[in-house]
Design a protein around this ligand. Structure first.
Ligand code: DX5
Ligand code: ZN
Length: 230
């Protein structure tokens, strides 16, 4: 048989609800509920009204979630510039993964090193249109690659189907290099496109609106799981 091997993701699928779509007035309760409903990790979107034209929450809110009793892995997605100064704040507050965008720092390599030295896992995010080759110099150092399936800045946007090509290209690079990094897809993910995203090679799925916008989180997450195996 010739041709490329099909995209394979050998890691368990992780569903990572984005806090951006939660009720911020009851954030501890919302995050606890969604984890009790079967979510694997918490996606913590940080926006600075500078790198993206929107403002969300900072490290003190993550600290409050930890103090509230949230023990699940927290996947921090920094949409801020510059990233270096703020990395320590999120690690002190309890981040497990810290992901940033390559054009938001002077040195991608140094920022990754800073994350690793503090004991967290490092991710790099690709916005739509950013070439996969951006990953190349640091691919071996990454614990996670995040493919954006919307333009970063706002929740509730429509999924961009062309992002699946990027997921496939990243999956190929990860497999070729033997990297064990997770491949996360973020933006407009719902029960209809989560299966195709997994087929393309993603193993971690961010969903804000499609989870927090429903009444029964357990039922919604179960339908995601069914779509992921189906
Ligand atoms: C967009 C954020 C995403 C997004 C997810 O800038 O990084 O995490 O808010 O929310 P939905 O699933 O509503 O697109
Ligand atoms: Zn995000």
């Amino acid at each position: 048989m010739t041709g490329p091997a099909p995209a394979t993701a050998t890691k368990p699928h992780w569903i990572s609800p984005s806090i951006l779509a939660a009720d911020f007035a009851r954030l501890g309760e919302e995050v606890t509920d969604v984890l009790d409903a079967g979510a694997d990790t918490v996606h913590f979107d940080v926006m600075d009204n500078h790198y993206v034209p929107n403002l969300s929450v900072g490290a003190s809110v993550l600290r409050a979630l930890r103090q509230y009793g949230v023990t699940a892995p927290v996947d921090v997605h920094l949409m801020v510039r510059p990233v270096d100064r703020i990395i320590g704040d999120f690690i002190d507050a309890g981040a497990d993964y810290i992901t940033f965008h390559p054009d938001a720092t002077e040195s991608v390599r140094d920022s990754i090193q800073r994350i690793h030295e503090s004991g967290a896992k490092a991710g790099l995010a690709l916005s739509p249109g950013v070439p996969v080759s951006e990953l190349q110099p640091v691919l071996d150092d990454l614990d996670l690659v995040l493919v954006m399936s919307v333009v970063p800045g706002f929740g509730g946007q429509s999924f961009m189907p062309e992002s699946l090509d990027t997921v496939r290209a990243v999956r190929r690079r990860l497999d070729e290099t033997g990297s064990g990094a997770r491949l996360e897809i973020d933006g407009g993910i719902n029960v209809d496109n989560v299966g195709p995203a997994a087929q393309a090679g993603a193993d971690m799925f961010v969903a804000g609106t499609a989870i927090f916008g429903t009444d029964d989180y357990a039922k919604t997450i179960q339908s995601f799981r069914s779509a992921l195996v189906g």
